[in-house]
Write a protein that binds this ligand. Structure first.
Ligand code: NAD
Length: 361
């Protein structure tokens, strides 16, 4: 099954979103994810509309050469829909830098060399330095902006992090470097805790060598479900959607939640957390570092010039901090929480662009 969905066509720039290979890809979900990308890009203030694409398949069941053929045939079917100034795909669940390299190669057969047609490419084919860490780094910049607003800093605060993959491990590493105490970490293999702070570089080495968090000497094992309600200052879900729900929200002890995963908090949990006074930094802002650095990759490809990693990280910090203050302004104007403030900011930017183009009904 092939599907590609896009909206906000050419309103402020090309459409942008991930291509997903997953057995449960379906058009309604792809539509919803494309729409979310629209609001996320608008909140980040990058000149993109939202898009998403997917193929219903299980990439784990396919050999590398089957994946390559699938990707090339998919690209042959959509090469007239995607393009540097129309729709710029990126990796998502089940796809990666290699998938983007195949799309780039196949697309270039039809349209000539076009590195900016996809982002999340290997560095050797025009990928951006700093892209791999970008979502986790953006989460940390977002946390810094939120904590500063509350007169706090990462240093000395305690953190619990669910998920130790790309986003969670980068967030943990950068928090550790800034003097934050990561006191609990979980992944699909289990969970560990240490009230004095886990040595994150050591935990990364352990995970790298054993493939698991289990048997890590620098911490005690704990129940993975307990992590979400563990006593800490900041909880960062970096794994799955829907992990905070009516069954556990009342027991959350963190004062701040940074939504690094997509949709970790369901609407009932949101209400319960709000009543408890827990401050929730929403996913459409908190995990936008990845799409923001994808935008930088596209800009570099169009410029034909590669930024150094410091420039990528510094510019990401500027974007994340600016977006936070724009959301806060919305919250003050409309007397609403951060999630409503972020959506109001995104929707109002899209509405303004629509009106300026004269598209009103
Ligand atoms: P990943 O596959 O690299 O890591 C996911 C992690 O979650 C792994 O460590 C896995 O073991 C862990 N996990 C899975 N089930 C778990 C469970 N039941 N309990 C605890 N841990 C569990 O994925 P990622 O790229 O780090 O993405 C994480 C989340 O962030 C996802 O929700 C994704 O949609 C979102 N996100 C990622 C990016 C990005 O650029 N990678 C951008 C935006 C949003």
């Amino acid at each position: 099954m092939l599907d590609l969905e896009c909206n906000m066509i050419m309103l402020v720039g090309p459409m942008k979103g991930g291509i997903r290979y997953h057995p449960e890809v379906d058009p309604d979900e792809v539509n919803a994810l494309a729409q979310l990308m629209t609001w996320k890009s608008a909140v980040a203030d990058i000149p993109y509309g939202g898009a998403k694409g997917g193929i219903g398949c299980n990439p784990g069941d396919l050999s590398k050469s089957e994946l390559e053929r699938l990707t090339r045939v998919f690209t042959q079917k959509i090469h007239d829909l995607i393009g540097v100034h129309t729709d710029v795909p990126a990796p998502d669940m089940g796809t990666n830098a290699q998938t983007m390299a195949w799309i780039l190669d196949e697309y270039s057969k039809f349209h000539g060399h076009s590195p900016a047609v996809v982002t999340g490419k290997p560095i050797d084919l025009g990928g951006s330095l700093g892209r791999e860490a970008a979502t986790g780094r953006g989460v940390v910049f977002a946390a810094e902006a939120l904590l500063a607003e509350h007169g706090k800093a990462i240093k000395g605060l305690t953190f619990a992090i669910q998920g130790f993959g790309n986003v969670g491990s980068w967030a943990a590493k950068l928090i550790h470097e800034r003097g934050g105490k990561v006191i609990a970490v979980s992944d699909i293999t289990g969970a560990v805790k240490n009230p004095n702070g886990i040595d994150i570089p050591e935990l990364l080495r352990h995970k790298e060598s054993t493939g698991s968090l289990k048997d890590f000497q620098g911490a005690d094992s704990m129940d993975a479900n307990e992590l979400l309600v563990h006593k800490c200052d900041v909880l960062i879900p970096c794994a799955l959607g829907g992990v905070l729900h009516r069954g556990n929200a009342a027991d959350v002890k963190a004062k701040f939640i940074i939504e690094a995963a997509n949709h970790p908090t369901d609407p009932e949990a949101d209400e319960i957390l709000a009543k408890k006074g827990v401050v929730v930094l929403p996913d459409i802002y908190a995990n936008s570092g990845g799409v923001t650095v994808s935008y930088f990759e596209w800009v570099q490809n169009i410029q034909g010039f590669m930024w150094d990693e410091q420039q990528v990280n510094r510019t990401l910090q500027n974007y994340m901090t600016r977006a936070f203050h724009n959301i806060k302004n919305m919250c003050q104007t409309h007397d609403c929480n951060l999630r409503m403030g972020a959506f109001t900011l995104g929707v109002s930017r899209v509405a303004r662009a629509t009106l300026l183009r004269g598209w009103e009904a």
